[in-house]
Design a protein. Sequence first.
Length: 248
Amino acid sequence: MSLEGRAALVTGAGRNIGRAVVRELARRGCNIAVNARGNHDEAEETAAAARELGVDAIVVLGNVGDAQAVRAVCARAIEHFGTVEVVINNAAIRPSRPFLEITAAEWDQVLAVDLDAAFHTAQACLPGMIERGFGRIVNFTGMNAIMGYGGRAHVSVAKHGVWGLTKALAKEFGRHGVTVNAISPGPIQTVHRQDPEMAAHIESQRGMIPVGRLGEPAEVAALCGFLASPEGAFVNGQMIAANGGAQT
């Protein structure tokens, strides 16, 4: 399932699932642009781990919630590698707020990071994918977001939008050798340094998972790697749950 010689952009790749995805793609021979919002040290640790696996990896800092910044991130990756054939839209924010307390600014911010960024990365990278007859876009939705997220209405709206974008792009660009899919992770054992509430929420869901444990970032990354691989070419326009059997 080689991606040797291909190039990828992974957003939100400083740690957790994003870092695991970078390692998985690097293991498959893919060169990678590692995006993080502002923590260069974390992003460089991720890039260094990829380089240890024998691929080229660069750090491209930028807030994907800013349209100009995310376009610049894509341009930098394309400039360095010549093209970006794999896009993993992993970056997301999930603030908790009762609906009646959500401000317009917070609403816009969540949609910018969780939905609009996927629009910008796809639009920037699709021309190169079409030119080469090969492209993979993997977006992230989320189990709770798709079910309806009490206290996170803006997150639910954004992730439903990502699912709609995924299906639309899959139908429009499949004939060009480009597949677009979404992964819906269940509760995953990740580090939430700035959101202890989210960490506690994830831990509380352990009992609802039939396999009896939280998922690992590497398990989500493995699915991501398959979808990005040549062997994943006939999987298109799908949302695949990686949740240990939890009901969605």
